[in-house]
Design a protein. Structure first.
Length: 426
């Protein structure tokens, strides 16, 4: 115990020792008037990173008897998020329960799926919205035309999205870098334009009258303390209608929890180790006997299935969907969430998705300037934390080596001492 305590203290002192130095070095060439606020912000973000590393070290040593109670506390906290008291601060200009469902919950689930492709396997996918659209249209078409229940459509939507990921990946995953990114971007546009030009699925007018999930029970949250004080009294979390978004949030939360368990199990398995080797150096992985094409195809299929699940759940609440709901900006936003939070680190990715979805709504009172503020926040965070808010140690190492933190994607950044840096310096 003492030994562990000394180790933790030593690691903490080492982590904090270089914070001020790194924060100062980052802005040595900045104008004198900007240095104090820049240093303060840089110091705060560097401190956040150091605390994150210390917590990760502590967490890795904890037994299951400590981890599972904390997991349960996090889930309970998520269940309490629709509280009116929380919503009054977090979303003063829009309905907090609906906002929690989408875009916040939807972006978190989509970011987890894209993180499998980008963060774990190192494959740049710019057309991820296509799988979101496939899931949404599966819910719309099958639900309205065939009358299937939500749970049946959810299964079919996941399978269709996974199959689409395989069909896209099979002929294209031998490409790398920018070429793969362009192909996936084209696939996303093909899906959207096909939906707009196909009369059977509504064309540009989309599909309306999408059925809601069936009610599971009439149970409601008791109208007593502490639920009354929290603003949760009377909620019917298993009854799905058009007016209250909170039951859909709980449905999305269940999907997120199950997906996290699934993805974390994969990350700790042989599959996750194969993805990491492909992201770091695909040629070396192949020489070591890793069947790289098979594992890249699996990453595409798994990421696509998660995106399809998000699309099905989203469409079940929206009651109608249009092709313009699935434009390229959705893919770009989810990718920004993954990079902002810390590609490859699941808590970081979820935090990034939350911020990307929440910040524009929180500053909605600024009207036309809110997107400007949102963009400025993203630029500032990328300047001070280019590796993301909560990056994994592996991503930090890859950035230092010059691979940009997401494998070789055709846009390597030369780090100190790398061959790329040497060539640039010639």
């Amino acid at each position: 115990m003492n030994s562990n305590g000394k180790t933790t203290s030593t690691n903490g002192q080492a982590a904090f020792a270089g914070i001020a130095k790194r924060a100062g070095q980052r802005f040595d060439n900045a104008p004198a008037a900007l240095r104090p606020p820049a240093f303060a912000l840089g110091y705060a973000l560097e401190t956040l990173g150091a605390i994150s590393d210390m917590f990760r070290d502590w967490w890795s040593r904890q037994p299951g008897s400590v981890r599972w109670p904390l997991y349960l506390l996090l889930i309970v906290g998520a269940l309490l998020l629709p509280s009116d008291q929380i919503g009054g601060f977090m979303s003063p200009y829009s309905d907090w329960g609906t906002l929690l469902f989408f875009p916040i919950g939807g972006y978190v689930l989509l970011a987890i799926g894209l993180n499998v492709v980008v963060g774990q396997a190192g494959l740049l996918d710019l057309g991820y919205v296509a799988f979101f659209a496939i899931g949404g249209y599966a819910m719309a078409v099958i639900g309205t035309r065939l009358g299937w229940s939500f749970w049946e459509v959810l299964t079919v939507g996941i399978l269709l999205s996974a199959l689409s990921g395989i069909l896209l990946g099979a002929p294209t995953l031998r490409l790398r870098g920018d070429y793969l990114a362009i192909v996936t971007l084209g696939f996303g546009e093909i899906i959207r334009i096909t939906a707009r030009n196909t009369d059977y699925i509504g064309g540009p007018n989309g599909i309306g009258g999408i059925p809601h999930p069936p009610n599971l029970t009439d149970w409601a949250v008791p109208e007593s303390e502490p639920f009354t004080s929290l603003g949760l009294a009377g909620i019917t979390p298993f009854q799905y209608g058009a007016l209250d978004g909170r039951p859909y949030y709980y449905l999305m939360l269940a999907a997120i929890v199950l997906t996290i368990i699934f993805v974390k199990r994969l990350e700790s398995s042989r599959v996750g180790r194969a993805w990491a080797s492909i992201r770091e150096d695909e040629d070396a992985a192949e020489l070591m006997g890793v069947p790289t094409f098979k594992f890249k195809l699996a990453a595409f299929a798994i990421g696509a299935s998660i995106g399809g699940a998000a699309g099905v759940i989203y469409a079940s609440q929206a009651t109608s969907i249009l092709p313009r709901n699935f434009e390229f900006i959705v893919s770009a936003t989810i990718l920004a969430a993954v990079v902002l939070g810390g590609s490859g680190n699941l808590p970081g990715v979820m935090m990034g998705a939350f911020l990307v979805a929440w910040i524009p709504e929180r500053v909605r009172g600024l009207q036309e300037y809110r997107i400007l503020v949102f963009g400025a926040v993203l630029v500032i965070l990328m300047i001070f934390r280019p590796e993301g808010l909560l990056p994994s140690r592996r991503r930090k190492a890859e950035l230092a080596e010059g691979t940009g933190g997401m494998g070789s994607m055709g846009a390597e950044v030369g780090g100190p001492g790398t061959a790329v840096a040497a060539e640039v310096g010639k």
